[in-house]
Design a protein around this ligand. Structure first.
Ligand code: DAH
Length: 339
């Protein structure tokens, strides 16, 4: 018995395993219930009484050595695999996730870019406005029904403090401060008290354009807008102007572009008309020029205003306006661009 124990002791001290499976096989061989060491413990009953003490000690020594050796190998595995993780400098780095620009920012920048190529600079104005800059100066008389076209949010029950309903308010601010020639665009957020649905929201974005100088004509307006439409939607895009009404322009028009999905042949998107509306425009009403201190006998000008959501919708076929403000990264991640 003693010989057998000593033999196993020697064996156990020289155990090696190159992977977890081998290690487990060793554990089973020596330490499991039916393992070699347990067998010896079973045989212990048959050891003569006077030897029991010595053999018992030896047996315990064997068991502990086997246990220690196996633990030692196990620890070597663990520490070598974790130190590998820390020090493997050749491992490929985790890819950094790049953010993307919001589709409305992309389109806003593209609009700015296009107009800057034909000499328009940018100005911005406040979102919290007064009645004069949003309505009064722009030729909306008090109680005029045209004010109902734009469902206004008022602040603190004071009808003179309101959230601007259109970026045309920046026109009145710029014209009051600056002498013509003025050739500017005004991008910004606007607010209207509308029920939120797939086609309306209580806030959205516009880009307003204004050109005031001597002898500005409707032909100039048409030319600038045609340039914009072709740059934004492609060389083959056609435009058409339909007569319309805005208090601050006379004459006024709404502009359609040939449907950029079916190329003007007619499809469900353009309701089979071949045209889609993109903006309002017109010649600045002389009353507006006078309200802002510009001599309407010397100067004339044009203005236009477009919804950024509308242009984005046409460019990227986003049918539901609400997606723009939901911050769903699955939606936002689809917009990759150089802008
Ligand atoms: N302000 C108008 C709106 O929000 C859009 C607009 C129409 C702006 C005609 C203009 C314009 O400058 O000339 O519906």
């Amino acid at each position: 018995m003693k010989n057998r124990i000593n033999q196993l002791l020697e064996e156990v001290n020289q155990l090696v395993a190159t992977n977890q499976e081998e290690l487990e096989a060793l554990r089973i061989k020596y330490l499991s219930k039916k393992g070699l060491i347990s067998e010896l413990f079973n045989d212990f009953r048959n050891v003569a009484n006077e030897e029991k003490r010595e053999v018992g000690q030896l047996l315990n020594e064997l068991k502990n050595s086997a246990q220690d050796k196996i633990n030692e190998i196990k620890e070597a595995f663990n520490s070598s695999s974790s130190s590998e993780n820390k020090t493997d400098l050749t491992r490929t780095a985790d890819p950094l996730k790049l953010g993307t620009r919001h589709p409305l920012s992309l389109v806003k920048h593209e609009i700015i870019e296009i107009f800057s190529r034909i000499g328009f600079t940018i100005a911005e104005g406040p979102e919290i406005e007064d009645d004069w800059h949003v309505f009064g100066a722009l030729n909306f008389p008090p109680e005029h029904p045209a004010r109902d076209m734009q469902d206004t949010f008022f602040i603190e029950q004071n009808p003179d403090v309101l959230l601007r309903t259109h970026t045309s308010s920046v026109q009145s601010r710029v014209m009051a401060k600056q002498k013509p020639p003025i050739r500017m665009i005004f991008p910004g957020r606007v607010y209207r008290n509308e029920a939120i649905s797939y086609r309306a929201h209580c806030f959205f974005h516009q880009v307003e354009g204004l050109y005031i100088d001597k002898d500005v004509s409707f032909a100039d307006l048409k030319q600038a807008l045609m340039y914009f439409a072709k740059e934004m939607f492609g060389e083959n895009t056609d435009i058409r102007l339909r007569p319309s009404y805005f208090p601050f322009t006379e004459p006024s028009a709404e502009m359609d572009i040939s449907c950029n999905i079916c190329g003007g042949k007619g499809c469900p998107f353009c309701k089979h008309t071949g045209w889609v509306e993109i903006l309002g425009c017109g010649m600045v009403d002389p009353n507006v020029l006078e309200n802002c201190g510009i001599d309407s006998k010397v100067y004339s000008g044009y203005a236009f205003g477009m919804g950024v959501e509308r242009i984005t919708n046409l460019k990227y076929q986003v049918k539901d306006l609400r997606m723009f403000s939901e911050n769903d990264v699955r939606f936002l991640e689809q917009f990759k661009s150089a802008y």
